[in-house]
Each structure stands twice: as C-alpha cells, then as structure tokens.
Design a protein around this ligand. Structure first.
Ligand SMILES: *[C@@H]1O[C@H](CO)[C@@H](O)[C@H](O)[C@H]1NC(C)=O
Ligand SMILES: *[C@@H]1O[C@H](CO)[C@@H](O)[C@H](O)[C@H]1NC(C)=O
Ligand SMILES: *[C@@H]1O[C@H](CO)[C@@H](O)[C@H](O)[C@H]1NC(C)=O
Ligand SMILES: *[C@@H]1O[C@H](CO)[C@@H](O)[C@H](O)[C@H]1NC(C)=O
Ligand SMILES: *[C@@H]1O[C@H](CO)[C@@H](O)[C@H](O)[C@H]1NC(C)=O
Length: 279
C-alpha cells in the first residue's frame, strides 16, 4: 500500500511526463558524424525529463545511403526537415546544431520558425541574412581560421565528373589533431571507427537564397563556444557571433570541438539553462 506522500510524488512525476513539461531537444551532428556523438548528452537530458531526438542526417551515422548518392544540402538535410514537419504546429522544440550542423538548423529555422523556441549553435557555423549561406564557410578560409592542413583526410570525387563534387572522410590523425584533442581516448577511438565520408555542399549553398530576417533571423539564438576548439577556433566563432548577433553566449573552458564528448556535464548545464530561459 502506497503512503499518500509517495503517491503524490508518483502522480506529480507522471503528469510531468504526460503533459510534456519537459522540452524537446533535437540534436544535429556535424560533418562525418552521427546521432552517436551525443551518447553522453542524451541520458543526461532525459534524466531531467526532456524529450531528446538525436538524428542521423542523410548518409550519416546509421543512415544506409552513401554520401555519393546525396547531391545537395537540401537532400543531406532531409531527415531534419522531415522531423520538423512531423512536429505538431502547437509544439516547439530546441534545436542544437554542432559544427556544420549549424547550417542544418539554420535551414530548419528558416522553414519552421514557429516550431522552434531557441536554436543553440555549439562550435557551429552561424550564417547570416546578408550573404548567401556559404559565406561563413568562405570567410573561415579567407580569414585563415581553422585547420591548417587536411592531414590524412581522404578525398572522394563523385563518379560523374560533370557534377564536379567531392566528398571527404576525416582521417584518424586529422580527428585527433583538430576535433578530439581534449576528448577521452575511448571517444576518439569510437570516432575513428564510426566517422563516415561527408560533404559540406559549399558550391550548392552558394546557389541558395539568403536566409531572411523574418525566418532564420527571427528565431532566438544561443552560441556555445569552446576554448580548445581547433576546427572552428574561438576567434572564428566570435567573428560569426559578431557578424550575425545572438541572444546569449556561453563558453566551455577546456572543451575541444567535440564538447559533447570532452565536457558533457558543462554542455548539459548550459542546455538546461537554455531550456529554463527560452520558452
Ligand atoms: C518525443 O518526440 C518525438 C518526435 O517528435 C515524438 O514522436 C514523441 O512522442 C515524443 N515523446 C514524448 C514523450 O513527448
Ligand atoms: C497539441 O494539439 C494536440 C491535438 O489537439 C494535443 O493532443 C496536444 O496535447 C497539444 N500539445 C500541446 C503541447 O499543447
Ligand atoms: C569545380 O568546383 C570547384 C569548387 O567548387 C570550383 O572552384 C571549380 O571552378 C569547378 N570547376 C568547374 C569546371 O566547374
Ligand atoms: C563586429 O562587426 C562590426 C560590424 O560588421 C565590425 O565593424 C566590427 O569590426 C566587428 N568586430 C569584431 C570584433 O569582429
Ligand atoms: C542562465 O545563464 C545566465 C548567464 O550566465 C544567467 O544570467 C541566468 O541566471 C541563467 N539562468 C538560469 C535559469 O540558470
């Protein structure tokens, strides 16, 4: 027989779940990665009562397709677009984009602004509404920020030369040097096994319309910058933050590009703050 106090606690706990007092986080990985890279963050957010969906973009994680079957950024982003379309109109989600994933969530913001309470850019590309979407990628190169060398990265041309497109897979030395420099060796090892070939589709992004102030620009934005990120180093991140403007900036000291693996607890704390602040 339950004591009244225990019964009340169970009912309160149950109602939190059933009426959805928690937020719904959608976690979007970067190039070559997959839903797997969020494995430390998913149980933390769920333990706090949130719904969490970590997606595999096209040809990523356990998606069966090869990147050579994916020809445009829109195709690459289709799993996120489909998920956003399936969210009921009366519900909102918190989008979290990592690295190239910032570009994926920017397109979702443009198309589904009313379904997004806030978008979190974690060591991510943050585009603007003044230039075409590829602009920040071009600026990273033009300003000399980021990896000085591709090291052992493998380049994979698309079979049709007319397409003039190239995918690439980060090599183990590249991953260690620029992505996993502060991450546990186990997570780095996992990455050397699981990272797949990807494509930023820069040429395709250069042909896309600009994001708009009424779409992408109207959604609340948070940036999380990490002091040890060598892939998109802090000066480049602050360049984009200044270029576009955000509502809030958080910094994780000691995290590398893979903050979800190198400093998961600190990232979790900031995501809880975002959940409490933006509704
Ligand atoms: C979590 O989100 C997914 C995807 O929108 C949805 O199918 C599921 O019902 C949600 N779960 C809860 C507990 O709200
Ligand atoms: C959204 O609307 C559906 C259908 O009317 C309802 O079942 C659901 O509880 C609503 N969700 C929220 C968060 O209000
Ligand atoms: C092929 O693509 C590269 C990179 O986008 C571009 O610089 C080059 O001009 C293209 N070449 C042709 C023949 O279209
Ligand atoms: C911030 O942006 C403004 C306007 O584009 C520019 O004038 C300024 O130099 C930028 N500051 C930094 C620190 O990049
Ligand atoms: C979230 O972080 C900001 C900046 O550190 C702080 O001012 C605010 O009080 C925090 N909010 C919550 C709910 O913890």
């Amino acid at each position: 027989m339950l004591l009244p106090k225990q019964l009340v606690l169970i009912l309160v706990g149950f109602s939190c779940l059933s009426v959805g007092l928690g937020d719904h986080f959608i976690l979007v990985h970067g190039l070559g990665h997959g839903a797997w890279c969020w494995y430390k963050i998913i149980p933390l957010l769920k333990s706090a009562g949130h719904n969490v969906t970590a997606i595999d973009l096209a040809a990523s994680g356990s998606d069966p397709r090869s990147i050579l079957e994916i020809h445009t950024f829109a195709q690459y982003n289709e799993p996120l677009t489909n998920l956003m379309a399936s969210i009921p109109n009366n519900e909102t989600v918190i989008l979290v984009g990592h690295s190239l994933g910032g570009m994926n969530i920017a397109f979702a913001m443009e198309q589904f602004k009313d379904k997004i309470s806030v978008a979190v850019f974690l060591n991510a590309l943050l585009p603007d509404t003044v230039h075409t979407p590829d602009y920040v990628m071009e600026q990273q190169i033009a300003l000399g920020y980021g990896p000085a060398s591709y090291l052992d990265t493998v380049f994979i041309p698309y079979p049709d030369p007319q397409e003039n497109n190239t995918a690439f897979r980060f090599g183990p030395l590249f991953l260690k040097t620029y992505f996993y420099n502060e991450s546990p060796v186990e997570d780095y090892t996992l990455a050397t096994i699981l990272v797949r070939a990807g494509n930023p589709f820069t040429a395709d992004l250069a042909k896309q319309p600009k994001f708009t102030d009424g779409g992408f620009g109207s959604v609340a934005r948070v940036y999380i910058t990490c002091t040890e990120d060598r892939a998109e180093p802090p000066p480049f991140q602050f360049y984009m933050i200044n270029n576009t403007g955000v509502n809030q900036v958080f910094q994780i000291v000691g995290a590398d590009h893979m903050a979800m693996l190198s400093k998961p607890q600190q990232l979790y704390n900031y995501l809880l703050n975002v959940s409490a602040t933006f509704n």
